[in-house]
Design a protein around this ligand. Structure first.
Ligand SMILES: Nc1nc2c(c(=O)[nH]1)N[C@H]1C(S)=C(S)[C@@H](COP(=O)(O)O)O[C@H]1N2
Ligand SMILES: [Mo]
Length: 550
């Protein structure tokens, strides 16, 4: 029985649950409350600390005001952040667990956004574990829509970074940086004094933000521009299989792929906290005047600012509606847009790097999440029951030497072992030792014709919604020294669940490219005539990327 896309995206079970490990919750609450408690103690003991009052605006040192480029970048940033946050939420819900280590053992998570306890009496795949999130909240929302969510996240990430770079460049070029970059230590005690006011429900004398920010505001804006976004970018990069499989040290700076993923999530919470406080302060300190500042760039209390600001917010809402419409009605167009921009960037940056990271035996994960549907065909079941003695790997297509291999022949061709980390696009990871035949040996044996550009790996198993599972790789990726046809995992013959008799390891790519239960390896000139022509079962049916370096 196979599911339809609709049943998958809108399942009957849409329960929501948020669970945090008590020690993690205690730590987060303590970190958030500590300054408030200290502020109250100071207030009770010594009263409110003095805060320098608003000076004569004209005497405040420049630069003043909000030039057009700054207002435009601020607006675009709001638009892009909303897209990033909403698509990020969709991605998170595809594997609704956050862990401290790369092993991702069920039960070891510190945060869980699912009511489901992983059952131990039956196979529970990572895809079974994906949760529904409302399309009102997330982009696109629904359940297991990670292909679409990733396109939004990465397309908009490039725009967000570009906008941020323009913003920071102009900030530096125009001297506006002086308004938000601290340049004297004095700002720290001053900011603390302001915090004591807010924390004890007092409003300090506010300077006119057109000319000068109060010290706490100054520091908060500094963090929002110069601390949080760089950290989001750096932790984002630490999750990419192409980076992780090449520069093992890099992800370790953030506690490994799952540490980076957890920090990426905590940064999301920081943005939400910042936005909530920022908007509240904008309202509390004079909404009309503040809107006039950031929309019109003038220090007046006119009407155009708030009205134009409201129009801007309506436009953002319309953009969100349009994005939902595209996600559900024109997903292929979105996939093409991502191929055009994101994959083009990857093909010159990440894709040429050969993976080489290795781990030690002690680092092998006790649990490796399974994914995909075990084959149910009579053919595979028969082969499996016979211990794959009758199995023949077929290598058709544009090859000068089209051969078939038995498992014994494959084993006799030479074994390579590697202990590597698996990166699933859903978010989880795990380390395992793989033993198998380097694909380069196979390529040498079958001698592909010069016009062969891609390699199609077909499976005995089916995709989530039925139909043969397959995926295509470039000849370059297939020829990397770590690209394997694996028949062993952790020193034992490959289990049925993990792809017996043969499965692919292409370590610079995401998990869905690593076909399990391989039936044939075909050399072709182009992916277009294969399947629906997008390079794989997930690429065809779920709009995944063809190059999966990120
Ligand atoms: N035939 C087939 N191969 C597949 C899949 C699938 O659904 N069918 N899922 C892929 C995905 S999404 C992942 S993450 C890995 C998981 O490998 P594992 O089950 O050995 O952990 O298998 C990949 N290979
Ligand atoms: Mo995956």
């Amino acid at each position: 029985m196979s599911l339809t896309h609709n049943e998958m995206a809108f399942p009957a079970d849409r329960r929501l649950c948020l669970w945090i490990r008590p020690s993690a919750l205690a730590l987060l609450v303590a970190l958030a409350l500590a300054p408030v408690v200290v502020a109250w103690v100071q207030y009770a003991v010594a009263g409110l600390p003095p805060v320098s009052g608003p000076r004569d605006p004209a005497s405040a040192e420049g630069p003043h005001g909000f030039p057009l480029w700054l207002r435009a970048a601020h607006y675009l940033n709001l638009l892009f952040m909303i897209f990033m946050i909403r698509s990020g939420l969709s991605i998170l819900m595809d594997h609704p667990r956050l862990y401290g280590t790369v092993h991702c053992a069920p039960g070891s998570e510190w945060l869980r956004l699912t009511p489901v306890k992983v059952p131990t009496d039956r196979v529970w795949t990572a895809k079974d574990d994906a949760r529904y999130v409302s399309p009102w909240l997330a982009l696109p929302g629904g359940r297991h829509t990670v292909g679409i969510a990733r396109h939004w996240h990465f397309l908009v990430a490039l725009l967000w970074v570009a906008n941020g770079l323009v913003f920071v460049t102009l900030l530096c070029a125009t001297g506006q940086w002086r308004r938000i970059v601290p340049h004297a230590w004095q700002i720290v005690p001053e900011a603390w004094a302001v915090l004591v006011h807010y924390a004890t429900f007092h409003m300090p004398p506010e300077p006119d933000g057109f000319y000068r920010y109060n010290s706490l505001q100054h520091l908060a804006y500094f963090a929002a521009v110069f601390v949080l976004p760089p950290l989001s970018i750096l932790t984002g990069l630490a999750m990419l299989p192409a980076v992780d499989s090449r520069f093992r040290w890099y992800a370790r700076l953030f506690g490994g792929r799952q540490g980076a993923r957890s920090i990426h999530f905590l940064l999301l919470l920081s943005y939400l906290g910042f936005i909530a406080v920022h908007v509240a302060m904008v309202v509390l300190t004079g909404l009309v005047r503040n809107m006039e500042h950031i929309v019109m760039g003038t220090d007046e209390t006119g009407i155009p600012g708030p009205i134009l600001g409201a129009v801007g917010i309506v436009l953002i809402v319309l953009a969100c509606v349009a994005a939902q419409w595209i996600s559900w009605h024109r997903p292929r167009a979105l996939q093409y847009a991502a191929r055009w921009l994101v994959e083009r960037v990857m093909s010159v940056t990440l894709d040429p790097m050969a993976p080489r990271a290795q781990y030690s035996r002690e680092q092998i994960s006790p649990h490796l999440w399974p994914n995909g549907k075990l084959p149910t065909s009579a053919e595979w079941l028969h082969l499996a029951d016979e211990g794959f003695r009758e199995y023949r790997l077929k290598v058709p297509g544009l090859v000068q030497n089209p051969v078939e291999f038995s498992m014994n022949e494959i084993r006799s061709l030479g074994k390579q072992e590697q202990t590597t980390m698996h990166h699933c696009s859903q978010g989880w990871s795990g380390i395992a030792q793989w033993g198998g035949l380097p694909l380069s040996t196979l390529v040498e044996l079958v001698r592909p014709a010069p016009e062969a550009r891609c390699v199609v790996f077909r499976s005995f198993g089916e995709g989530l919604c039925g139909g043969e599972y397959y995926d295509c790789h470039s000849l370059t990726d297939v020829l990397h020294p770590q690209s394997l046809l694996a028949y062993e995992r952790n020193g034992a013959p490959l289990e049925r669940l993990h792809g017996a008799p043969l499965r692919l390891r292409v370590e610079n790519q995401l998990g869905y490219k690593m076909v399990k239960w391989i039936k044939s390896v075909e050399f072709v000139a182009s992916i277009e005539p294969i399947g629906k022509g997008h390079g794989g079962k997930n690429e065809d049916d779920e709009y995944y990327d063809l190059i999966a370096n990120i």
